[in-house]
Design a protein around this ligand. Structure first.
Ligand code: ZN
Length: 168
């Protein structure tokens, strides 16, 4: 098992746009396994490669109670999005921050699995939120950037204070 260090907001590397995967080889399968290990250990419900400073379009998600329903989305493409939901989101790159964000209620996504096989994913509720949140990471976007400037400033202040406390 390999755990990968997770970049913390406001690290500018989180703004990197991920490149599509073109070759589905052992290095991709190892990346997927390490991402999954890191997500389960954290614990979190989703992790994008961007968050571990690997700028490839690879996402792992598991929103199941039993933590036994791993979804791997490589080069995900949004085909359909409809409806609206508001969900309190958190992020392993922004620990301790939970804020409500508006998302589509249903999404339909096409993606490759770890072996390169194309599949269709229909998602709603929490899974749909998670898919949208992680796909944002691949575009270099962190969920707190949807919040008001005031809320973002407060989050940065809190993070700065924590960093200073740790450094002291
Ligand atoms: Zn996140």
């Amino acid at each position: 098992m390999a755990l990968l260090p997770i970049l913390r907001f406001p690290d500018t590397r989180l703004h990197t746009v991920a490149a599509p995967v073109t070759i589905f080889d052992d290095s991709i399968r190892t990346l997927v396994r390490n991402l999954a290990d890191t997500m389960y250990e954290a614990p979190g419900v989703g992790l994008a490669a961007t968050q571990v400073n690997v700028h490839k379009q690879v996402i792992v998600i598991d929103v199941s109670e039993a933590r036994n329903d791993l979804k791997v989305l490589i080069n995900p493409r949004l085909l359909k999005a409809d409806g609206i939901q508001f969900c309190e989101e958190g992020c392993l790159s922004v620990p301790g921050v939970y804020e409500e964000v508006q998302r589509a209620l249903h999404v339909q996504v096409e993606a490759h699995d770890a072996d390169g096989k194309l599949f269709l994913l229909e998602a709603q509720d929490l899974l749909a939120v998670c898919v949208q949140h992680e796909m944002d990471h691949l575009k270099g976007r962190v969920f707190v950037e949807y919040l008001s400037r005031m809320k973002q400033a407060r989050i940065r202040q809190r993070i700065d204070k924590e960093l200073r406390r740790k450094a002291a």
